[in-house]
Design a protein around this ligand. Sequence first.
Ligand code: PHE
Length: 389
Amino acid sequence: MRKLLFILLSGLLSGGIISCGNDGSDGGEESDVIKIGHFASMQGDIATFGQQTNNGMLLAVEEINAAGGVLGKKIELKTEDTRSTTQDAGLAAEKLISQDKVTVLLGEVASSLSLVAAPIAEREKVPMVTPASTNPEVTVDKNGNVRKYVFRVCFIDPFQGKVMAKFAKENLNATRVAILKDNANDYSVGLAKNFQETFVGMGGEIIAEQAYEAKQVDFKSQLTAIKAMNPDAIYVPGYYTEVSLIAEQARDLGITAPLLGGDGWDSPELTKGKFKEALEGCFFSNHYSVEDTTALVKSFTEKYAKMFNGEAPGAMSALGYDAMYIVADAIKRAGSTEAEAVTKAIGETRDFKGITGNITINSQHNAEKSAVVLQIKDGKFTYFATVAP
Ligand code: PHE
């Protein structure tokens, strides 16, 4: 009810009434800026995801505007906080569309939050590009229908799960693996399934499967059950907040097997302080490596560090940067900020040279790109291997 009222009110305020006969300076069609909305976890459990993504976007916007903008207009980034929750993700997307009248919606990182916004983008016919959500259903719904307005610039979890399953089998010679997943997280549940399918298909065995719910802080009972099976490795496809605690408690219980994970591990918080030792030597799949020495990536990491107090960009920073450039490129090619034209142009993105690889949007609105495997050494994410799709 409150939500409905909010939508109605914001629609009235920024739409019909005020724009009637105004000069367009409130950000309507005649505005001299192009507004791009970003709904992101700036606070809460996965705050480093939103902050790093937003920083990547801010860097891209600064560069694009310094080079003259798009269609003679400057880009303006409007960021709305989802506070890492599904409720606020929906509200943020609604507000950016109805009140700010953004041309394109960027976000989220977390698949569960993108899954809330995707139907809203569809209903409102506003193009949405998620920089980092890897769950297949973000762009293709449960019934197999491609969402017309929703795209992503990253790979999807059937690939990411396969990468780590092959890595466990071939590089670590693991045959008996345990899984510990987050049942309240679409990304985690999907990735666990994708890993399992490939690993079992290759002749490996999942000897234990345990689950937790996000925000849990004590994982001892799940880890005790896993320890009893003595696995070669433990696949933990969750987010950094829980993964750090899981690693610490696993070592406390005397579990020495390596932990393996996915892109959700990517946070400077993962190996902070006391967690550093617990994750030493562990591996996870990701979208890019900060150690990549190609000229394109090097110049990105240097510019990013300069803009953000020496900070190293995470995969989300790079994906946020790429997503913003892809949107700017699409608006240029469309020659207009009109939603249908921009949507079409995003879908026609071919071989865009991004920081996270070459981006071509396929018929499922996904990008087929390589993944990297990173190893944690001395608390740092060091490059280990690249895996092509
Ligand atoms: N792929 C994760 C998800 O879909 C989000 C993520 C992307 C986290 C990149 C870290 C880095 O939920």
